[in-house]
Write a protein that binds this ligand. Structure first.
Ligand SMILES: O=C(O)CCC(=O)C(=O)O
Ligand SMILES: [Fe+2]
Length: 187
Protein backbone atom coordinates (compact mmCIF):
# COMPACT_ATOMS: atom_id res chain seq x y z
CA UNK A 1 0.00 0.00 0.00
CA UNK A 2 2.79 2.39 0.96
CA UNK A 3 4.69 1.66 -2.23
CA UNK A 4 1.55 2.15 -4.34
CA UNK A 5 0.95 5.61 -2.88
CA UNK A 6 4.59 6.63 -3.21
CA UNK A 7 4.72 5.28 -6.77
CA UNK A 8 1.73 7.50 -7.58
CA UNK A 9 3.57 10.44 -6.07
CA UNK A 10 6.60 9.57 -8.18
CA UNK A 11 4.47 9.45 -11.33
CA UNK A 12 3.08 12.91 -10.53
CA UNK A 13 6.55 14.36 -10.01
CA UNK A 14 7.83 12.78 -13.24
CA UNK A 15 4.80 14.13 -15.17
CA UNK A 16 5.48 17.61 -13.77
CA UNK A 17 9.11 17.33 -14.78
CA UNK A 18 8.34 16.32 -18.37
CA UNK A 19 5.68 19.03 -18.62
CA UNK A 20 8.04 21.66 -17.25
CA UNK A 21 10.40 20.94 -20.16
CA UNK A 22 7.52 20.93 -22.67
CA UNK A 23 7.85 17.23 -23.50
CA UNK A 24 4.74 15.80 -21.84
CA UNK A 25 4.15 13.68 -24.95
CA UNK A 26 7.17 11.50 -24.06
CA UNK A 27 6.11 10.93 -20.48
CA UNK A 28 3.70 7.98 -20.66
CA UNK A 29 6.21 5.73 -22.40
CA UNK A 30 8.65 6.38 -19.55
CA UNK A 31 6.06 5.76 -16.85
CA UNK A 32 4.93 2.54 -18.54
CA UNK A 33 8.53 1.31 -18.45
CA UNK A 34 9.16 2.20 -14.83
CA UNK A 35 9.87 -0.47 -12.28
CA UNK A 36 10.07 0.12 -8.52
CA UNK A 37 12.18 -1.09 -5.65
CA UNK A 38 11.22 -0.42 -2.05
CA UNK A 39 13.94 -0.50 0.59
CA UNK A 40 13.82 -0.08 4.35
CA UNK A 41 16.82 1.21 6.25
CA UNK A 42 17.53 1.33 9.94
CA UNK A 43 20.30 3.45 11.43
CA UNK A 44 21.26 2.94 15.07
CA UNK A 45 22.80 5.82 16.99
CA UNK A 46 26.57 5.78 16.54
CA UNK A 47 28.84 5.00 19.48
CA UNK A 48 31.76 7.10 18.26
CA UNK A 49 32.36 10.05 15.91
CA UNK A 50 34.19 7.70 13.55
CA UNK A 51 31.07 5.64 13.05
CA UNK A 52 28.65 8.52 12.70
CA UNK A 53 28.75 8.39 8.91
CA UNK A 54 26.29 5.57 8.47
CA UNK A 55 25.91 5.92 4.70
CA UNK A 56 28.95 7.21 2.79
CA UNK A 57 28.71 9.81 -0.01
CA UNK A 58 27.18 8.47 -3.22
CA UNK A 59 24.76 9.28 -6.01
CA UNK A 60 21.76 7.07 -6.67
CA UNK A 61 21.85 5.01 -9.85
CA UNK A 62 18.08 5.33 -10.19
CA UNK A 63 15.86 7.45 -12.41
CA UNK A 64 14.21 8.93 -9.31
CA UNK A 65 14.42 8.21 -5.58
CA UNK A 66 11.73 9.11 -3.05
CA UNK A 67 12.67 9.03 0.62
CA UNK A 68 10.51 8.99 3.71
CA UNK A 69 11.96 9.08 7.24
CA UNK A 70 10.85 8.97 10.86
CA UNK A 71 11.44 12.08 12.98
CA UNK A 72 15.23 11.57 13.06
CA UNK A 73 17.10 13.50 10.37
CA UNK A 74 20.57 12.80 9.08
CA UNK A 75 20.47 13.08 5.30
CA UNK A 76 22.99 15.56 3.90
CA UNK A 77 23.00 16.61 0.26
CA UNK A 78 25.68 18.40 -1.71
CA UNK A 79 24.50 21.41 -3.71
CA UNK A 80 25.82 22.54 -7.11
CA UNK A 81 28.26 24.87 -5.37
CA UNK A 82 29.56 21.99 -3.26
CA UNK A 83 27.94 23.01 0.02
CA UNK A 84 26.60 20.23 2.24
CA UNK A 85 23.09 20.91 3.47
CA UNK A 86 21.16 18.89 6.03
CA UNK A 87 17.67 17.99 4.90
CA UNK A 88 15.18 18.25 7.72
CA UNK A 89 11.93 16.77 6.52
CA UNK A 90 9.10 15.87 8.87
CA UNK A 91 7.51 12.40 8.73
CA UNK A 92 4.57 13.86 6.81
CA UNK A 93 6.80 14.77 3.85
CA UNK A 94 8.94 13.13 1.19
CA UNK A 95 12.21 13.97 -0.50
CA UNK A 96 12.48 13.40 -4.24
CA UNK A 97 15.99 13.05 -5.55
CA UNK A 98 17.24 12.65 -9.11
CA UNK A 99 19.34 9.61 -9.91
CA UNK A 100 22.06 9.24 -12.55
CA UNK A 101 19.62 8.05 -15.24
CA UNK A 102 17.56 11.23 -14.82
CA UNK A 103 20.68 13.32 -15.20
CA UNK A 104 21.29 11.54 -18.50
CA UNK A 105 17.68 11.97 -19.63
CA UNK A 106 17.77 15.69 -18.84
CA UNK A 107 20.96 16.39 -20.82
CA UNK A 108 22.63 17.32 -17.52
CA UNK A 109 20.06 19.94 -16.54
CA UNK A 110 18.86 18.09 -13.47
CA UNK A 111 21.43 17.73 -10.70
CA UNK A 112 22.00 14.23 -9.36
CA UNK A 113 23.24 15.17 -5.93
CA UNK A 114 25.90 13.42 -3.92
CA UNK A 115 24.39 12.58 -0.54
CA UNK A 116 25.27 10.81 2.69
CA UNK A 117 23.76 10.01 6.06
CA UNK A 118 25.40 11.22 9.27
CA UNK A 119 23.86 10.30 12.60
CA UNK A 120 24.13 12.64 15.56
CA UNK A 121 26.41 11.05 18.15
CA UNK A 122 24.46 12.77 20.90
CA UNK A 123 21.19 11.43 19.60
CA UNK A 124 19.45 8.54 21.30
CA UNK A 125 16.91 7.42 18.76
CA UNK A 126 17.04 5.10 15.79
CA UNK A 127 16.50 6.56 12.35
CA UNK A 128 14.29 4.65 9.93
CA UNK A 129 13.87 5.45 6.26
CA UNK A 130 11.88 3.96 3.46
CA UNK A 131 13.06 4.61 -0.05
CA UNK A 132 11.26 4.00 -3.31
CA UNK A 133 13.80 3.65 -6.12
CA UNK A 134 12.72 3.78 -9.75
CA UNK A 135 14.40 2.22 -12.78
CA UNK A 136 13.49 1.98 -16.47
CA UNK A 137 13.10 -1.65 -17.34
CA UNK A 138 14.15 -3.98 -20.15
CA UNK A 139 15.38 -2.33 -23.29
CA UNK A 140 13.63 1.03 -22.84
CA UNK A 141 15.96 3.60 -24.39
CA UNK A 142 16.64 6.71 -22.31
CA UNK A 143 17.24 9.47 -24.77
CA UNK A 144 17.68 13.23 -24.54
CA UNK A 145 14.64 14.91 -26.13
CA UNK A 146 15.37 17.45 -28.89
CA UNK A 147 13.60 20.07 -26.78
CA UNK A 148 16.44 19.78 -24.27
CA UNK A 149 19.18 20.43 -26.80
CA UNK A 150 20.13 23.94 -27.86
CA UNK A 151 23.21 26.11 -28.27
CA UNK A 152 23.58 26.57 -24.57
CA UNK A 153 22.96 22.86 -23.92
CA UNK A 154 24.55 20.81 -26.71
CA UNK A 155 23.82 17.08 -26.61
CA UNK A 156 25.91 15.52 -23.83
CA UNK A 157 24.78 11.91 -23.68
CA UNK A 158 24.10 9.17 -26.22
CA UNK A 159 20.91 7.10 -25.83
CA UNK A 160 21.31 4.35 -23.23
CA UNK A 161 19.53 1.50 -21.48
CA UNK A 162 19.24 1.91 -17.71
CA UNK A 163 20.37 -1.61 -16.86
CA UNK A 164 23.53 -1.08 -18.94
CA UNK A 165 24.33 2.04 -16.89
CA UNK A 166 23.98 -0.04 -13.73
CA UNK A 167 26.15 -2.80 -15.20
CA UNK A 168 28.76 -0.18 -16.03
CA UNK A 169 28.67 1.03 -12.42
CA UNK A 170 29.41 -2.53 -11.42
CA UNK A 171 32.76 -2.49 -13.25
CA UNK A 172 36.07 -1.28 -11.89
CA UNK A 173 35.97 1.86 -14.07
CA UNK A 174 32.35 2.51 -13.21
CA UNK A 175 32.90 2.27 -9.47
CA UNK A 176 35.83 4.68 -9.67
CA UNK A 177 33.94 7.15 -11.88
CA UNK A 178 33.17 10.59 -10.48
CA UNK A 179 30.93 11.28 -13.42
CA UNK A 180 29.02 8.10 -14.14
CA UNK A 181 26.71 8.98 -17.04
CA UNK A 182 29.40 10.95 -18.81
CA UNK A 183 31.91 8.12 -18.55
CA UNK A 184 29.29 5.61 -19.66
CA UNK A 185 27.62 7.37 -22.59
CA UNK A 186 29.09 10.87 -22.90
CA UNK A 187 29.10 12.28 -26.44
O1 LIG B 1 18.45 6.94 4.46
C1 LIG B 1 18.57 7.95 3.76
O2 LIG B 1 18.12 9.05 4.09
C2 LIG B 1 19.29 7.87 2.46
C3 LIG B 1 19.42 6.49 1.90
C4 LIG B 1 20.14 6.52 0.59
O3 LIG B 1 20.77 7.47 0.21
C5 LIG B 1 20.03 5.36 -0.32
O4 LIG B 1 19.47 4.33 0.08
O5 LIG B 1 20.51 5.44 -1.47
FE1 LIG C 1 21.13 7.35 -1.89
Amino acid sequence: MFSKIVAELDNKVVRMLFESYGIAKNCESYLESTTYLLRYLKYNTPKTKETSMVFPPHTDKTFTTILYQNHISGLKVQTRDLQWITLEFPPSSFVVMAGEALRGWSNDRVLTPIHKVIMDINGSETRYTMGLFTFLKDDKIIEVAEELIDEEHPLKFKPFVHLDLIKFFDTERGRRSQNLVEDFCGV
